[in-house]
Design a protein around this ligand. Structure first.
Ligand SMILES: Nc1ncnc2c1ncn2[C@@H]1O[C@H](COP(=O)(O)OP(=O)(O)OP(=O)(O)O)[C@@H](O)[C@H]1O
Length: 236
C-alpha cells in the first residue's frame, strides 16, 4: 500500500540549533498515529517540517508518492494533508460559516464526502454559532471550527497538534468523541496531545520523540505493555 506520508532521515534546524536528528516517519492510509514526547522534544517541529513550514531542513519527504522534500505548505495540502495547528489558525474576523465555506474543496480523488452539512452534524455546537465571528467563539468552539475547516478540504490525512490543549474536560471529551468518529471513517490521523493515556487508547501506532530522535515506536497495544519505557521518556 502506498504511504500517505513517507519521510526518511529528516533533519531540521532553527538558525544554528539542530532540532531534528534523522527521523524516519510513515503514515499509512486509515491509520491513527500518536506522536508523544515531553515538551520541546520536537513533535511540532517534525509536523511542521513534514508540511514544509520549516525552511532549514534535510531528508526525503514523499506524500502519496510525490517528492515534497523541498515542498511548500500548499503543496502538502494539495496532496491531501490537512493541518490543525496548535493555536487553531482560524480567521477571527470571518463568521463560522465563512471560515468553513472558504476552506471547502474536493479531495485528491475528487471526493466531497465532507460537506458543510456533515461538518455541522459532526459539531452541533458550530451549527448554533454559524453567524458568530471566529473571535467570538469559546476556545473549544474555535478548536472545533479549526477541525471542521480541515475536514472541509476532504483530506486523506489529518494532523492535529495539541487539539485539546487548555480546554475544559467536557469539551476535551467531545473532541475525542469526534476524533473517534473521524477515525472510523478511515481518515488517517496524526495526533499530538499531552494526555498520553488518551492518545494511547485512541491510536493504532505510537511514536515517541526524545531530543529530536525517535526512541520508541510500535503498535499502541504493545507500547502500553512497556510502562518503564513510557515513564523514562514521558516522565510519567
Ligand atoms: N521557532 C523556533 N525558533 C527556535 N527554536 C525553536 C522554535 N520552535 C521550537 N524551537 C525549539 O525546538 C525544540 C523542539 O520544539 P518543538 O516545539 O518542536 O517541541 P514539541 O515536542 O512540540 O514541544 P511542545 O509540546 O512544547 O510544543 C525546542 O528546543 C524548542 O525550544
Amino acid at each position: 500500500m502506498q504511504a500517505l506520508i513517507e519521510a526518511t532521515d529528516i533533519h531540521a534546524w532553527y538558525g544554528t540549533s539542530h532540532v531534528l536528528h534523522g527521523i524516519d516517519f510513515r503514515l499509512q492510509p486509515g491509520e491513527t498515529l500518536g506522536l508523544l514526547g515531553r515538551n520541546g522534544m520536537g513533535k511540532t517541529t517534525l509536523i511542521r517540517t513534514l508540511l514544509g513550514h520549516v525552511p532549514q531542513r534535510a531528508g526525503s519527504i514523499r506524500m502519496r508518492g510525490r517528492d515534497l522534500s523541498r515542498g511548500r505548505p500548499y503543496e502538502a495540502a494539495r496532496q491531501g494533508t490537512a493541518y490543525v495547528p496548535e493555536g487553531r489558525g482560524i480567521f477571527p474576523n470571518l463568521t463560522v460559516r465563512e471560515n468553513l465555506v472558504m476552506a471547502a474543496r474536493a479531495g485528491t480523488a475528487g471526493q466531497r464526502d465532507w460537506t458543510l452539512q456533515r461538518v455541522l452534524d459532526t459539531f452541533p455546537r458550530l451549527a448554533e454559532r454559524m453567524d458568530h465571528l471566529g473571535s467570538q467563539l469559546s476556545g473549544g468552539e474555535q478548536q472545533m471550527l479549526s477541525i471542521g475547516r480541515a475536514l472541509m478540504t476532504n483530506p486523506d490525512a489529518l494532523i492535529l497538534d495539541e487539539a485539546t490543549e487548555g480546554l475544559a474536560p467536557l469539551i476535551v471529551a467531545e473532541i475525542w468523541r469526534v476524533l473517534g468518529e473521524i477515525r472510523r471513517t478511515g481518515l488517517a490521523t496524526v495526533v499530538v496531545d499531552r494526555s498520553y493515556r488518551t492518545v494511547m487508547a485512541n491510536a493504532d501506532r505510537l511514536m515517541l520523540l526524545e531530543k529530536g530522535r525517535v526512541v520508541l515506536e510500535g503498535p499502541a497495544a504493545d507500547l502500553q505493555e512497556q510502562p518503564q519505557a513510557l515513564s523514562r521518556y514521558l516522565g510519567v
